[in-house]
Design a protein around this ligand. Structure first.
Ligand SMILES: Cc1cc2nc3c(=O)[nH]c(=O)nc-3n(C[C@H](O)[C@H](O)[C@H](O)COP(=O)(O)OP(=O)(O)OC[C@H]3O[C@@H](n4cnc5c(N)ncnc54)[C@H](O)[C@@H]3O)c2cc1C
Length: 651
């Protein structure tokens, strides 16, 4: 029987033929009618009229396990992770597209622990890697709208998620210290939603859900003495990072004059003394304004000022005479939604500070970060005398704790994204979207565990057996946690012996069982290798796990190499795009088969056959078989002469 297998990287890019009928898998792409039914829930024909002041709105009542507010990368990852762990999720996003600042509305490129290329080898695993790999393979043209579509596809393909776009969460109700329900509105479809849930996850960036529920929060910069942070200002103040508007421009091959609007700022060389213009295909993050104002309530004014600076800078490029090679260039897109960096941060049981990013660890580590402590002057472009940022790279990647992802005083409120529990100084590093995404994956996985065990996030931290299982569940989903390796007692592969058609001395077959799923760079030396490698050749290469006693297998999980030593992100900036491969990554196994040796003896039997793979984490859920051994046979890669595998797990 033929059927699509469950590949974590859903998207129809891999073809799998299985010898066995498979159970429905949560991330298997559902048929269109199933998705249609999901949307019918959100606009039932029999919806009531909303009572009170808005009689023309229709009221829809929804009940779910996990409510995620905000569909930036943190929210998307939280929703997907919770849903893939079996929770029913409602995801509310106030824009028409997912992705937040990474979407085509802002066009900010996603960076993270590898700090562009300053810390090679430390790309995050997990959901963000799944997105990056799909995007690189299917969007070589670097179109941001296709990134939006990729995220939409991921979310609507998840049967456990109800997606409400163009819907804003605006109020919440509580009983004691628990949130019971939230209200959201979609004026495009004239609906009000009353949504009850067990766990609520604030991924709005601005902590809107926390605000509506009286959660403890912070805004502005703490005084140096409060957390003993050398990078903090002497005295506390309300300043934060400003918002920005980006633009893109193209060379049209003929003179393209530009006349600025009357309200454009007059930008001079003095304004740009510390803000260098080296190319103009993509705007400048340092066109930043409003960090010394009320970043939320002054948003309309902030947009105007940012647009007037964008127009002024472009006028300078085109008309000052300093950049004659811009003559044939013209703007082809200007952002209209100020991309926000800083606003309100929720307070958890732990507040992450500068010291935590520079040394130490957390017992409840759930995700990594590693971007520089990258602070900006709150007045942004209005302070041409100050550098637009000062960035200090932490010496190593750092771990974030679960306790920074749930509220201290609202017992079923979690958070992920730029609003997690951090001091201002720590936030200047944790705010980047790779880090927001992995915090989202951790929060969503935790939320699903809380629903399953009927406990609060704090109890998940306190009950150490559950905390350990949760961390292992994250690792199984390819989440990177520093200093944590596969110790999953349920992984049957850990009791197997390994043999292979060939192996290199540096990359022996035994590496697939050593618990590590990445190579570790060593400053000035050779990386510490944790993958198996063998020449793929014309006959391919195989690796086999053999058990002393047969094992009943239901799932085989394989982690391939996707070139973590390189940067991988969607960017409109040519210099940032250097070295990025906008195609399947060459190290990744493209075609392979998975077979097993029946316990009763006889020839190897095929479980799965895959062609065209570009994903790192591939899962094959199978009808149970009694196996004495399993074999993964690599027949082609996406370009590299070696077959490489980091890990094989069996359940
Ligand atoms: C110009 C600029 C440059 C930056 N540089 C980088 C960089 O190079 N790389 C990088 O990774 N990061 C960068 N950052 C930081 C990064 O973009 C943000 O910190 C990040 O987007 C935070 O992710 P998030 O998911 O928490 O929030 P967001 O991306 O802000 O997403 C939150 C989403 O929630 C929605 N929302 C808000 N309120 C509600 C509500 N009440 N109901 C429903 N939905 C709601 C918002 O519309 C938004 O889409 C930059 C930011 C800016 C502005």
């Amino acid at each position: 029987m033929k059927r699509r297998d469950f590949l974590t990287g859903v998207g129809g890019f891999s073809v799998v033929v299985l010898a066995h009928k498979l159970p429905a898998a949560p991330a298997d792409q559902p048929p269109a009618d199933e998705i249609r039914r999901q949307f019918e829930r959100t606009a039932p024909a029999a919806a009531k009229r909303a009572p009170g002041a808005e009689p023309h709105m229709r009221l829809v009542e929804l009940e779910t396990d996990v409510l995620v507010a905000g569909g930036g990368l943190a929210g998307v990852c939280a929703a997907l992770a919770a849903a893939r762990h079996g929770a029913r999720v409602v995801l509310i996003q106030d824009r028409s597209r997912l992705g937040g600042n990474s979407s085509s509305e802002v066009k900010m490129h996603v960076v993270g622990a590898n700090a562009h290329t300053a810390r090679p080898g430390w790309r995050e695993g997990g959901l963000i890697e799944e997105f990056r790999l799909d995007d690189a393979a299917n969007n070589p043209q670097r179109c941001f709208e296709l990134w939006d579509l990729l995220l939409y596809n991921k979310v609507v393909s998840e049967p456990n998620i109800t997606l409400l776009l163009e819907t804003t969460l605006y109020s919440a109700a509580k009983k004691g210290d628990r949130i019971t329900e939230v209200m959201a509105r979609c004026d495009k479809s004239e609906h009000l939603y009353r949504i009850q849930a067990k766990i609520f996850c604030d991924c709005t960036g601005d902590s809107r859900l926390g605000l509506e529920t009286g959660a403890e929060m912070r805004q502005g910069r703490e005084a140096r003495a409060e957390f003993n942070e050398p990078l903090a200002p002497e005295k506390a103040d309300g300043g934060t990072l400003g918002s920005s508007l980006l633009f893109t421009a193209r060379d049209y091959g003929r003179p393209m004059p530009f006349t600025p609007p009357k309200w454009a700022r007059k930008v001079t060389a003095e304004h740009l003394r510390l803000r260098k213009i080296t190319s103009w295909e993509y705007g400048y993050w340092w066109i930043e304004w409003g960090g010394d104002r009320d970043i939320v309530h002054d948003n309309q004014r902030i947009r105007f000022e940012l647009l007037s600076i964008v127009m002024g800078v472009w006028d300078y490029i085109k008309n000052s005479g300093d950049h004659p090679s811009s003559a044939n260039w013209a703007l082809d897109w200007v952002g209209m939604m100020p991309g926000r960096r800083g606003s309100r941060r929720l307070v958890g049981d732990v507040m992450v500070t500068q010291q935590n990013l520079l040394s130490g660890d957390f017992e409840d580590a759930v995700a990594i970060g590693g971007w520089g402590l990258d602070d900006h002057p709150p007045a942004g472009f209005d302070r041409p005398d100050l550098k637009p940022n000062v960035s200090i790279l932490p010496p190593e990647v750092y771990n974030l704790p679960l306790r920074a992802l749930y509220s201290r005083n609202v017992s079923n409120l979690m958070m992920a994204g730029r609003n997690i529990s951090c001091s201002h100084v720590a936030f200047t590093s944790t705010r980047v979207m790779g880090t927001c995404a992995v915090a989202g994956q951790a929060a969503g996985t935790a939320a699903a565990a809380c629903v399953r065990h009927e406990i609060t996030p704090r109890q998940l931290y306190q009950q150490k057996d559950k905390l350990r299982d949760f961390q292992q569940a994250l690792l199984r989903d390819d989440q990177t946690i520093k200093n944590r390796v596969n110790e999953d007692a349920a992984d049957l592969a850990r009791s197997a012996r390994v043999t292979a058609s060939a192996e290199s001395a540096q990359a022996p077959a035994a590496n697939v069982l050593d618990g590590h799923v990445r190579d570790y760079p060593v400053k000035g030396g050779q990386p510490r290798i944790h993958h198996w490698a063998a020449p793929a050749g014309s006959a391919g290469a195989w690796i086999e796990l053999v058990w002393d006693k047969p094992r009943k297998l239901r799932e085989v999980q394989i982690t391939f190499d996707t070139g973590f030593q390189r940067q991988l992100t969607l960017t409109a900036q040519e210099s940032a795009n250097k070295g990025i491969i906008r195609a399947p990554q060459p190290e990744t196994v493209r075609d392979y088969t998975v077979s097993y040796q029946p316990a009763a003896g006889g020839a190897l039997r095929r479980l799965a056959s895959v062609t065209g793979n570009h994903q790192r984490l591939n899962r094959h859920r199978i009808e149970p078989v009694d196996a004495a051994a399993i074999r993964v046979h690599v027949t082609a890669t996406n370009g590299d002469p070696s077959a490489r595998i980091f890990e094989i797990r069996c359940y």
